[in-house]
Design a protein around this ligand. Structure first.
Ligand code: ARG
Length: 425
């Protein structure tokens, strides 16, 4: 009689957000050794360039028990980029939040994968100095409150050289090609480049830091115009051609990027309290935000534009600070959505020598009334009402000024040069 097989406890599983880079590659054996767990390497495709299949095969060769690639490009564009575009989201007025917007989606996919594969732990490759750890951890705590989080690079406190040494010692297979001196993060909305020589805000970024915006010598001498059609605040066509969101963003990245549009050099305030010099290439994001804003200026009334800009700043801060899954972000987004019902029309943007400039815009909801605006004979503007309007409009200041002058004159006994006269009651 043979011995019945003893039930073996299933090995602990950890789902790792795997990019294929050095940090997440060394994380595979680290998790295996420290936690005695098997690693599921999850690559979320948010439109980063590079071969994702190859990366996950490398994860398997480096010891992962399983490797998955989830194509999240469409969800990224429609659920994250489009709301951000409608909110003209720019952190500190300059950074379109490309990296920040992808994190809540990657975190959501991590949690879903952990639940589906029976893992009790998720892992990411963030350091302890950046914003991304905050975004991942907050989103994971929110969406998967029972899950443990491990962040090997943060826990281990290894620098790049240590990681390379560890990888060599374990015989890990790393990405081929020359090792970049920069830390790069890419997706449909942009490319973030930091570290190395870029850390010094006093140094001019080397051309090697840029990939999507070409060398200035390659920027065409002739400008190029692109006509962008919006329906309710969302881009639908380029030059009259209907495109799905992912294709539209990709085409604009290529076309605007070729003209050098989208370079950003920013000294940024991180959530963890430090300033850092960050460089970005975001050709499509900046072009679309310019165009979208131009259309809003035509179709939204002044008070709404003004109030919306406050909402936009707050929305941008929330996204930057890792609070995508918050009631406040949802509420602000609902406000923004409401404003977009009339943001329909066409905008022409001229791409040239690093700049994307709006040169024409048109909307069926335009609030600009030619018969009121024209200086020509056709004007219907009720000019005769202007005098009375201006009188009442300036009245509060007139009263306040006169009061102060009168008080000053009384105090220094002078008559006042131009004697203040209170308006007759
Ligand atoms: N500073 C940017 C942000 O916090 C970019 C971070 C880029 N991450 C990276 N691994 N290079 O959104």
């Amino acid at each position: 009689m043979t011995e019945p097989e003893l039930p073996t406890a299933p090995k602990r599983r950890v789902v790792l957000a795997y990019s294929g880079g050095l940090d997440t590659t060394v994380a595979i054996p680290w998790i295996g050794e420290k936690l005695g767990a098997e690693v599921v390497a999850l690559t979320v495709d948010v439109g980063q360039e590079g071969e994702l299949k190859g990366a996950s095969q490398r994860a398997l060769r480096n010891g992962a028990a399983d490797a998955l690639v989830v194509d999240a490009k469409h969800a990224f564009a429609t659920e994250f980029l489009w709301p951000a575009l409608q909110a003209n989201a720019l952190y500190q007025g300059v950074y379109p939040l490309s990296t920040a917007l992808a994190r809540p989606l990657i975190a959501r996919t991590l949690v879903e994968t952990a639940v589906a594969s029976g893992a009790d732990t998720v892992a990411h490759g963030c350091t302890g100095k950046g914003n991304d750890q905050v975004r991942f951890d907050v989103a994971i705590h929110t969406l998967g409150p029972g899950l443990h989080i491990v962040a090997p690079v943060r826990a281990w406190n290894m620098n790049r050289d240590d990681e390379v040494a560890f990888a060599r010692q374990r015989g890990l297979e790393l990405r081929t090609g020359p090792a970049s001196p920069f830390s790069v993060d890419e997706n449909l909305w942009g490319r973030s480049v930091e570290g190395g020589q870029l850390e010094d805000p006093a140094s001019v970024p080397p051309e090697a830091a840029f990939e999507w915006t070409g060398h200035p010598e390659s920027w065409p001498h002739e400008p190029e115009e692109v006509r962008i059609t919006f329906a309710q605040g969302l881009p639908t066509h380029l030059d009259g051609r209907s495109l799905d969101p992912v294709a539209l963003v990709r085409e604009l990245n290529a076309r605007a990027g070729a003209h050098g549009v989208g370079r950003i050099d920013h000294v940024e305030d991180r959530v963890v309290g430090i300033k850092s010099r960050e460089t970005y290439e975001c050709p499509a994001a900046l072009t679309l935000i310019e165009a979208h804003r131009a259309l809003e200026r035509l179709a939204l009334p002044r008070d709404l534009l003004s109030f919306k800009s406050e909402v936009e700043r707050r929305f941008s801060d929330l996204v930057y600070e890792g609070l995508w899954y918050s009631p406040l972000r949802e509420a602000l987004q609902a406000f923004v959505t409401t404003t977009q019902s009339v943001v329909t029309g066409e905008v022409t943007v001229r791409l040239h020598q690093g700049r994307a400039v709006v040169v024409a815009r048109d909307s069926e909801y335009s609030l600009l009334r030619p018969e009121l605006t024209t200086y020509g004979a056709a004007s219907q503007f009720p000019q005769e009402l202007a005098v009375g309007f201006i009188h009442l409009y300036g009245l509060p200041n007139q009263i306040a000024y006169a009061r102060r002058q009168a008080a000053r004159s009384a105090a220094d006994g002078s008559d006042g040069v131009a004697r203040a006269v209170l308006p007759a009651a």
